[in-house]
Design a protein. Structure first.
Length: 131
């Protein structure tokens, strides 16, 4: 029978602090999205990436020491954080698609590209009309 590594109180507290930091960064990113400030969004995104990297290092160290760094409550909190992050990504993708559609309406692509429509000039169309 496989033995389950114990969850150390110190490890749980440390990982709990990391999960709380991730949750706080996600909240700050939500606030930045709400304000629409590009610089704040970029800054909070970088802070979230840094926090995630630090949490991953702590997780790997605890695992390497033979401890089980996440209990069920921390796993649930991380899954909820993942859901929040996926919702933020979906919102960004929807906004990007909306901007793309708007730009395509405002700046339609030209019909006569260099290589795309060879022989489609008005003169070529007129000459081909009699074939």
């Amino acid at each position: 029978m496989a033995q389950v590594a114990p969850v150390g109180d110190g490890v749980s507290a440390e990982m709990g602090a990391h999960v709380a930091d991730i949750e706080a960064r996600l909240s700050e990113l939500d606030k930045a999205f709400a304000t629409g400030d590009g610089d704040a969004i970029a800054h909070q995104s970088q802070q979230l990436q840094r926090t995630l990297a630090e949490s991953l290092v702590a997780f790997r160290k605890a695992e390497h020491a033979g401890l089980r760094p996440l209990d069920d409550a921390l796993r649930l909190r991380l899954k909820l954080a993942q859901t929040r992050l996926l919702a933020q990504q979906a919102a960004v993708h929807r906004a990007n698609a909306s901007i793309d559609r708007t730009l395509k309406v405002l700046f339609p692509t030209e019909e006569n590209s260099t290589y795309g429509n060879l022989g489609q000039s008005p003169i070529a169309k007129a000459l081909n009309a009699y074939r």
